[in-house]
Design a protein around this ligand. Sequence first.
Ligand code: SAH
Length: 220
Amino acid sequence: MTDESRKARLIMALRHQGIRDQRVLEAMESIPRDMFVPGPFQDHAWDDMALPISCGQTISQPYIVAYMTEQLELKPTHRVLEIGTGSGYQAAILSRLARRVYTIERHRSLLEEARKRFEALGLTNIESRIGDGYRGWPEAAPFDRIIVTAAAPRPPKALLDQLAEDGIMIIPVDAGPLYQELVKIRRTPEGFERETLIPVRFVPMLHGIARKSRSDDERK
Ligand code: SAH
């Protein structure tokens, strides 16, 4: 099977699973996921599954990327904050649908790899930095949209503070020892409205910046 037919099969599967937003499907079609997947897993780059990347982390399952992106209700004028750059795949998808993407990663080596991919693909509207996502990116706040791609015990206060009015945040929140639920938070003039979406499994959102020597054994 060629990459093109694998890709077509994936896009069809996403449609069947209920992804309706044509712009999201087009973005998924235009970003080559194989560029974000490590060599040994190339054969699975267009399968609907999460795959391992370095530092004990994962690139999310395409369905989850598409679903979270759809739930963000993005407009071309939006400025979006992502926590957990990882491979850079989710940020690349966002960059096709929003004006500017800010993405934070706590592993330096992952961020450096992701930056090379953004450059190779000519995605110039992504700003990325090393940092602790629990603190957000205060200098660039407020954000129209915030997407967290690691699981937290609860939505971090700094991120809620950095969400613009009418803003939406999508975040996996711990719901048991092994899984989380995806939560959608909307900021209104009165406060925050919270809606529970679907059960998901993400790597944990950890505190602080990863130390080089420990970066490979942080799978918790
Ligand atoms: N969005 C990624 C998936 C990343 S997996 C992709 O498309 O490939 C989650 C990522 O969150 C990991 O790379 C992990 O290192 C990072 N992470 C975990 N806690 C973090 C924190 N507090 N701040 C920033 N990044 C964090």
